[in-house]
Ligand binder design. Structure first.
Ligand code: ZN
Length: 293
């Protein structure tokens, strides 16, 4: 099971989130049949969205969306306050050659565009509060740097973010996936972030630590080096969608009687595809008839 850890460090002046997301990224790849570079981009965004979500006390749904002009065409990830995340891309099979250092060209596949963060709350109370929407230009396309830029520009939070996905040729195709986010709280010593940036720069790569069986706490140690920390919470996280056969029926019904009649005529049934998780729901002719009865 994938895990996310929430910690505090440097005498409570920094907030640290770390997660291992091997299964989440593997599930996303399995569902969307993404190319290697798109898999890396999607895995990083799913992980970053979970980490960012874990920093908010109050939210029901956090969506991070890249509207971009690179071959992937767009990536969306959505996390809940229960530690679940789902996501999809516009062009799953887009691909680019690896960069000269052998790494996936994630920034190339993303291209330029806008990084959106949409935070919704009040679901349980039945309130339709206006969502909080923040956006910044995509500055890097490597995703971790884009979270850092978003936090600095839109939330005025200096931070350090590391996200990584390492693939392998055999199932489950993910050798390592995870990330760390360090946020400076108001009043924190500015020197700390410089120390952390320096530690990260000289640390072994995140995905190597995960591949060797490292835990979220190992990722925290990797990012913080000698800075003290205390674990506040550990929770399980998973790829999970909110779709269901019931919701697929509602989607079919929304197409209207004419469209439903055609589906009965042509195929005596329909297949509704969930855009978020690629689950396919088969709807029978009888179910279609009951929708227009
Ligand atoms: Zn779904």
């Amino acid at each position: 099971m994938d895990k996310l850890v929430h910690a505090t460090g440097a005498d409570g002046s920094i907030r640290v989130l770390a997660a291992i997301t091997n299964e989440i990224t593997a599930e996303a790849i399995r569902r969307h049949e993404t190319s290697p570079t798109v898999s890396a981009a999607l895995g990083r965004l799913l992980t970053g969205t979970l980490l960012l979500g874990a920093t908010f006390k109050e939210f029901d749904r956090l969506t991070v969306k890249l509207e971009c002009n690179g071959p992937v065409g767009g990536i969306t990830a959505e996390a809940t306050n229960e530690g679940t995340v789902r996501g999809y891309v516009k062009n799953p099979i887009a691909e680019l050659p690896a960069k000269s250092n052998g790494k996936f060209d994630v920034s190339g596949i993303v291209g330029e565009g806008t990084f959106f963060v949409i935070r919704e709350s009040g679901f349980e109370l039945g309130l339709h509060r206006d969502p909080y929407i923040g956006s910044v230009p995509i500055v890097s396309g490597e995703i971790a740097e884009d979270f850092t830029y978003y936090l600095a520009k839109s939330e005025q939070i200096p931070s350090a973010v590391m996200l990584g996905v390492l693939l392998q040729n055999a199932e489950p195709f993910v050798a390592a996936s995870g990330g760390v986010m360090v946020q400076m709280l108001p009043g924190a010593n500015e020197h700390i972030v410089t120390m952390i940036e320096d530690t990260i720069l000289h640390a072994p790569h995140l995905t190597e630590v995960i591949r060797e069986g490292g835990s979220p706490e190992d990722l925290i140690k990797l990012a913080l080096g000698v800075i003290d920390h205390e674990i506040l919470e550990e929770r399980e996280v998973a790829f999970k969608c909110t779709c269901s056969h019931e919701k697929a029926l509602t989607m079919a019904e929304a197409l209207g009687p004419n469209e439903i009649f055609l589906m009965i005529e042509d195929d005596n049934g329909a297949v509704i595809n969930c855009g978020f998780c690629n689950e396919k729901y088969s709807i029978t002719g009888d179910e279609l008839r009951s929708l227009i009865a």
